[in-house]
Design a protein around this ligand. Sequence first.
Ligand code: UD1
Length: 430
Amino acid sequence: MDKIKIIGGNPLFGKVFISGAKNTALPIICASLLTDEPVTIKNIPFLSDIKSLNNLLLQLGTDISVNEELLNGHNTQTITYHTPQPTSLIAPYDFVRKMRASYYVLGPLLAKYRHVELSLPGGCAIGARPMDIHLTSLEQMGARIEIKNGYVVADTDDRLKGAHIAFHSASVGATCNILMAAALAEGTTVIENAAKEPEIADLIRMLNKMGAHIEGENTSTLTIYGVKKLHGVTHQIINDRIEAGSYAVAAAITKGRIELINANPEYLKTPLDILQKMGVKIELTPNSIIVDAQNAVLHGEDIYTDYYPGFPTDLQAQFMALMCVSEGASMITENIWENRFMHVPELMRMGANINVHGHASAIVRGVKKLSGAPVMSTDLRASFSLILAGLVAEGETIVNRVYHLDRGYESLEEKFKAVGADIERIKEAD
Ligand code: UD1
């Protein structure tokens, strides 16, 4: 298993190109299953989660052709997915276990081919991660659903039927799955309390280009007028707001200045606002965000994770690392996941002063310095927070279990090296 070694202390200066959004690419790739025509998706990041999903689609019978393309000065993947007729309607355990977003095949396969078998993903490091909203919504649309041997087995004799569905939580995954299912259903579906994340709006734009009729983009009530057939499309996905927010914190924590090329400030209003309140300067240009913390005296702030446009849970760990070395106290309330403070004991091993109260709140009291240590990452975003802590710690930090980072951060060491970090990957033969 690879490790990352960091020698802390270098302020980071320069430009970071922000990649295509992983959490947009995943549902959008699965939306290609809604048509038997080719679907071309541009700006797909080079990530292991994308490889895992491609492997699942290959086993369903999708033809996949990958081309590299330079977009706005950044090397990206343009991938064409073509599924004239699936050879399997089963998403097996080994695929779903590796990448839980494999569950995005559920809505498209059921809507188009009227049968799907999906291994239940189960929980993960950040919490139980239930799928009840996905399943009860599909039942409301006329699907028969059974859980057999760890699999969801879903069937429908005819097209799914439009329904009026109210989600009990504004789930990103369920909103995507039900949007895709309803696009090919008979009649009109209304989703109340839908998620409003930018990833959802991008999926809606792509589905509408394929011939779907969806209204309510960027609101919590979505109306989907079902159509009989969807056609092929070329679609360029948005850039990754969580990657941009993560590198924004890297500039802040090292007291450097980083220009985040191709980042969209619209998607980051709440986290950028917090950074400004903490003492960081933010400048916007037509295609970038400049994060400048040179000579800044950073002080603590409170954050409360929430559904978009609230503070994203996927930036909570990174901001916690920053708060560890900011003056005064910060309170972090995690409102989305029940177990998302796994990075706390690791940050404390580096000298952070954090008190966790129950499952949902943590008080961080700023310390003058962190010191390098071997640390273990538990999930994707927690891993990045340990890298951030390592960048500012005295001495050497070794971050173990780097495979988490490879799931969601494209060319991490290259991007960090380009802005002056002392970072390297240590490859280990098992
Ligand atoms: C997505 C993101 C993940 C992010 C999360 C919240 C992807 C691939 N992952 O995950 O990085 O942290 O949004 O922004 O896009 N819930 C239920 N029942 C369900 C579904 C969800 O109770 O059927 C609850 C969850 O327990 C959680 C909340 O709803 O408390 C949000 O979950 P959801 O938005 O579904 O997260 P994901 O789509 O899995």
